[in-house]
Design a protein around this ligand. Sequence first.
Ligand code: UT7
Length: 325
Amino acid sequence: MGARIIGSGSYLPQKCVTNHDLEQMVDTSDEWIVRRTGIRTRYLLEPDQEPARMGIAAAKRACEDAQVSLETIDLFIVATNFPDMICPGSSPFIASGLGLDQTPFFDLKAGCSGFVYGMAIADGLIRAGLYKHILLVGSEALSRVTDWSDRKTCVLFGDGAGAVLLETGRADEGVLGSAIFGDNDKALLLHMPAGGTRTPADSSTLQQGGHFLKMEGAGVYRSAVPMMERATREALAAASLSLDDVDWLIPHQANIRIIDSLAVRLQVDKEKIITNLDRVANTSTASIPIALDEARQDGRIKSGDVVVMTAFGAGVTYGAVVVRI
Ligand code: UT7
């Protein structure tokens, strides 16, 4: 039997940055940002706050929501692209903050699709009977890799974390189907040039801003809609369901125009689409679990609802997962 969601939690930092605040930093305007992206505010870590605090808080809330004690978790996965440290990642720091003493953990790096990849992988591990309770966190401190002088990227991102606790479910609940894909020709559409082993950080990479996220926005934009459409259709086919069976669609929260185009291509009613990017912006691997948690907690998503989550991101990766809550 596959993985069902028995709890969710999310965390956003306190500091709220508006588009008007960004007008003071780069040559942009609230009008441009809202019209081109739909984003109005984002929440950012303070410089002295450790990124792991976000994953710890979201995971604690998911465990409280599930009313499951931490000892029952037998695998812990953190989907993140910009970990607390390149080595050993984020998962050991979040595990330590949670008090997960003996639980195995690992980081999963699959662009902004990391949470969807994580759901598909966790479902497979649960189906194989290898684990019974998997804690999956999406956590991203994008403000730490953002070039705050580059108006093409700095207006898009926010920090945050979301988490779900997964347990072995019955045949008719939990993950009903999933589909994940990759297109390595587009590896450089979104990348950080320096700081890895190909180009280790030194004073010249620092001077050139090689440690900041670079993005070819229009290229990502063009790919995003057909990729999420394909993934959604294939995950539904794997679940033997159609778009008519879907109660809620939670797309990766990158740009409202991408989400609107996806809705048109899939012919999904806008009322069925959960968005929060106007408030939280693009939080990469955290975007879907934050939106999912908010909609579960405010009562929009109810037990028995069929939810499709779909994402695209650096790599490029893309995918979708169909879940009965
Ligand atoms: O998780 C995945 C992460 N990435 C994404 O999802 C990004 C996907 N891409 C997008 O969302 C859009 O491509 C952007 C929002 C990044 C850009 O929107 P666009 O409609 O593709 O604009 P553009 O890049 O074609 O730029 C149009 C103009 C340019 O000026 P010129 O060359 O026409 O004079 C840009 O320099 O808008 C300018 N521009 C801005 N102006 C004001 C770019 N950023 C800004 C800005 N404020 N922040």
